[in-house]
Ligand binder design. Structure first.
Ligand SMILES: [Zn+2]
Length: 554
């Protein structure tokens, strides 16, 4: 086992609850955790297996990603490179190039395209047909709530003018009722995924390895996979078994509004399999047993604003009769949440619209009432549940995260006035509610725990530009831009804490988030201190090294 001693730079030991940084001049750690700091660490120089000269850089607690889809993200690399396209024609060209390079492929499956390239997000099957011919093609948009398919795919799935919209989805139509080629929400996308060939286990294990290596390369050591179906557990178990899991991952199994009553038993069994393997493979190192976990259940409370499926408390500005598409009835949500919580699962609730956030808070509040009705001698251990995205928040709900002990998981990269905000968000919700979005500062100031994530591949998994955006509320690429909703900016300390101590709270890991003596040695070596450089320069800080439980992963 390797004792590593780092000197010659700044050690950011951690950020206190009050938001001040604790610094040291040196650190020593191994697989049992952080062994010593400062002069005590320097004194271990002679015993060190490895000496690291930080060269004026900073060693910091490693950040985590509180909400992402790593396998989807890595699998995108196997399909056409539509993400890099700069306009509609660019997507079609990428598809044509991929088809030319893979002439025998039975299907073309790719992601994720920019949904702002077609007016109103209405993508036409015929635009793809020219490039694809009769090879069925399905492309996912960057929010993964929408699919753009060609005519051959519509045929393969048997979707015609007579096909009704599924209960929780929409098939966009031409004026004569025939399908346009755009399918909204999982229930509609499933019409395609049920006929398109699935990725093989080997491809999916490769994707786990690729994703977790990429995370390690940007200094990250923990990822919340925010959407796992029971079959997906296999690729994670196989990757761990083969030594190809390069970060910690917690799996969130998706609760299905149609079949949730049968799921608690199945999910409990999956969680036990994951725990058993993780303990066997990694149990001997500090914080190792949780290298791979399946402690969480995911609920989609609603959809997304871009396609009018987010649930709002007052109608869409451009659709006076439309309140969006909630996925759960209120009472059923309460029952389902209680059923999974009773099995000890943490809940991770996707909520974008303000009505969805309210509904999620209500459901978690009802859970708290249930818990406190138990034996007062033995209060139930409080599980920190998570509401993810919190894109729109009714001002009346701001303080409820702190009151209920619910973690608000934000994707801070979205807190800027970019094309998605200007073209697909504000026109839908109206200017009156523009200021209800990504209230990171308000929620933090109310005393709640916040954690940050990326929702990769929706947006970049790189925490550096997102940290910058949380601090400045504008793109790191436009250093002179004005801050969007400037009152919601947070300090560099608060933002980095959301990636470290906030993530540790979400991961239910008492021994992570800081580098105090005894904590697990999950650390990143950066070329500069993200808390002291100009925020617009954070994105260009280099990651020189990453350690997970004292072991170098990058
Ligand atoms: Zn997501």
């Amino acid at each position: 086992m390797t004792l590593t001693v780092c000197t010659g730079g700044t050690v950011l030991v951690g950020i206190t609850v009050g938001g001040t940084r604790e610094l040291s001049s040196a650190i020593a750690f191994d697989h049992t955790g952080v062994v010593a700091l400062g002069a005590d660490a320097e004194a271990l120089r002679e015993q060190a297996d490895e000496m690291i000269d930080l060269k004026g850089g900073t060693l910091a607690p490693a950040p985590g990603d509180g909400h992402a889809h790593p396998v989807l993200g890595a699998l995108e690399a196997a399909g056409p490179a539509v993400r890099q396209a700069e306009d509609l024609a660019g997507i079609v060209t990428a598809v044509a190039e991929w088809k030319a390079a893979n002439p025998d492929a039975a299907w073309i499956v790719g992601g994720s395209y920019d949904a702002t390239f077609a007016p109103g997000g209405r993508f036409d099957a015929r635009w793809l047909d020219e490039a694809t011919g009769d090879t069925p093609t399905v492309l996912r948009s960057w929010d993964y709530h929408t699919a753009w398919v060609n005519t051959a795919a519509l045929d393969a799935a048997g979707i015609t003018a007579d096909t009704p919209d599924p209960e929780l989805g929409r098939i966009l139509r031409r004026e004569d009722g025939r399908p346009l080629g755009t399918l909204q929400e999982a229930a509609a996308n499933d019409l395609l995924t049920n006929v398109a060939p699935a990725f093989t286990l080997a491809q999916r294990v490769d994707a786990v390895e690729r994703a977790t290596r990429e995370y390690a390369a940007i200094g990250m050591t923990w990822v919340q996979d925010a959407w796992v179906e029971p079959a997906d557990v296999e690729h994670y178990l196989a990757a761990a078994e083969q030594g190809r899991l390069h970060t910690r991952v917690n799996l969130a199994l998706r609760a299905d509004p149609a079949s949730w009553r049968d799921q608690p038993a199945e999910f409990t069994a999956q969680r036990a399999r994951v725990r058993e393997l993780s303990e066997r493979l990694y149990g001997t190192v500090r914080g190792g047993a949780s290298r791979l976990s399946a402690d969480t259940v995911k609920f989609f409370i609603d959809g997304v604003i871009e396609n009018h499926t987010a649930a709002l408390s007052a109608p869409y500005a451009d659709r006076p009769d439309d309140l969006g598409l909630p996925n759960w009835q209120r009472d059923e949500l309460r029952e389902a949440v209680a059923a999974f919580a009773a099995e000890g699962f943490q809940l991770h609730l996707h909520a974008i619209g303000d009505a969805a956030v309210s509904a999620a808070l209500d459901a978690l509040e009802s859970l708290g009432a249930l818990e406190s009705r138990g034996n007062p001698e033995q209060p139930a251990a409080h599980t920190p549940h998570v509401i993810a995205h919190v894109a729109m928040l009714h001002p009346k709900d701001t303080a409820r995260f702190a009151e209920l002990g619910v973690i608000a998981n934000f994707e801070p990269y979205w807190a800027q006035c970019d094309a998605v905000m200007r073209d697909l968000t504000i026109p839908h919700i109206g200017h009156g509610r523009e200021g209800w979005q990504y209230l990171i500062g308000s929620v933090h100031n109310s005393g709640a725990t916040i954690s940050f994530g990326s929702d990769w591949p929706v947006t970049t998994k790189d925490w550096r530009p997102a940290l910058s955006t949380a601090i400045t509320r504008h793109s790191h690429l436009e250093p002179q831009a004005e801050a969007w909703l400037p009152d919601e900016r947070v300090s560099a300390e608060t933002a980095y804490a959301a990636y470290t101590t906030g993530i540790a709270a979400q991961a239910q890991a008492a021994d992570r988030g800081t580098l105090h003596v005894g904590m697990a040695a999950d650390a990143v070596w950066l070329s500069a201190n993200p808390l002291t450089v100009d925020p617009t320069e954070i994105a260009s800080i280099l990651v020189n090294g990453t350690w997970l439980a004292g072991e170098r992963t990058h």
